[in-house]
Design a binder for this molecule. Structure first.
Ligand SMILES: Cc1ncc(COP(=O)(O)O)c(C=O)c1O
Length: 331
């Protein structure tokens, strides 16, 4: 797979419309276009939320979705925070299944996958009342065949440690909503232009949070540290999975707040990594803070990062029966 992550699309999406308090029966339609009135609520007031999850194909041709229930719950939580109509779990599951089932040929061989993007938008045609929620909405599930987000697991990232700016608000960090990403863009663009960094690690007031699109882990041979879920960061499904697997592998798990000072002190003799559906577990090789570069360990992918990533991808490949309940076979 050579195309950048998320730039190629399977031909069909599943779509349902919400009006008068109910959802229409979902239908498959072309992924080529979606018509919106220029006054649509989402285009002005950002009434949107989405999810990102993956379906994997096995050699017998069956498709399996990783931690579908957690992604559905997070979509419902995001919808509630944006005052959009939360879909029933069974309805969203059905829409996701139908998109995968009709397009099994679109799922690349493991470790490739079909990245699924359920998306909800408010579509009231209304620009006169910014304070009013949209009473109508569209829910659709888009699918994109993907390879490796960061283009090879041996690449390490260079992160700007930003102790000034917040990615989003303390409440909305937990929502997967477009505005959060838009708010972070200028900081990421600036970090690239001025410091040649791949991503920004947001640490407002010195509190280490997450990057623009992944959770953050501080790792050594004995323990995993990551910020607790306090509403300000996205409750990552990969984060949750790594905490469970890490404990089983014998690491002590520290879900706690930690500072930039602790991060920079520990990084020299440890490992740092980003976790996410797209990132899986991607090693950080360098941290940049106040114009100075701090190598993380020896700058290469650390042994603990490799071990944790392997434990996760073994499950996703269907090679660990103990966690087979994390995979939902597409029926
Ligand atoms: C801001 C942010 N944090 C963390 C994550 C990781 O979440 P997950 O592991 O559920 O993909 C993502 C998305 O992938 C994200 O956009």
């Amino acid at each position: 797979m050579t195309a950048p992550f998320g730039t190629q699309f399977a031909p069909l999406i599943s779509v349902s419309h919400y009006a008068d308090g109910q959802w229409s029966a979902a239908e498959l339609q072309s992924a080529e276009e979606l018509q919106l009135h220029p006054a649509s609520h989402v285009l002005h007031y950002s009434s949107s939320c989405f999810e990102g999850l993956k379906a994997y194909r096995r050699s017998d041709g069956s498709a399996h979705i990783f931690r579908l229930d957690m992604h559905i719950r997070r979509m419902q939580n995001s919808a509630a925070l944006l005052h959009l109509p939360a879909p029933e779990s069974s309805m969203l599951e059905h829409m996701i299944f139908s998109v995968v089932k009709q397009q099994l040929d679109q799922i690349p061989a493991f470790p490739g996958s079909l990245y699924l993007r359920p998306t909800m938008i408010g579509i009231d045609e209304m620009i006169g009342s910014a304070g009013q929620a949209s009473g109508t909405a569209i829910l659709y599930v888009l699918a994109s065949p993907v390879g490796d987000y960061f283009g090879g697991s041996e690449k390490t990232l260079r992160l700007l440690v930003d102790d000034q700016n917040m990615r989003t608000t303390p409440t909305f960090g937990q929502a997967k909503t477009g505005g959060n990403y838009a708010a972070a863009l200028r900081f990421i663009a600036q970090a690239k232009a001025e410091h040649n960094c791949d991503q920004v690690l947001f640490c407002p007031g010195g509190n280490v949070q997450e990057t623009g699109a992944a959770n953050f882990f501080l790792i050594n041979d004995n323990r995993l540290i990551t910020k607790p879920l306090d509403g300000s960061i996205l409750p990552g499904v990969t984060r949750d999975s790594l905490l469970i697997l890490g404990e089983q592998l014998g690491y002590s798990i520290e879900e706690r707040d930690f500072t930039v000072t602790e991060l920079l002190d520990s990084a020299a003799n440890g490992e740092c990594a980003l976790s996410g559906t797209a990132a899986v577990l991607t090693a950080v090789g360098e941290l940049v803070h106040n114009g100075r570069t701090y190598p993380v360990g020896n700058g290469q992918v650390g042994a603990n990062t490799v071990k944790l990533r392997q434990a996760l991808t073994d499950i996703q490949a269907g090679n660990n029966q103990q966690y087979s309940h994390w995979l939902h076979q597409v029926q």
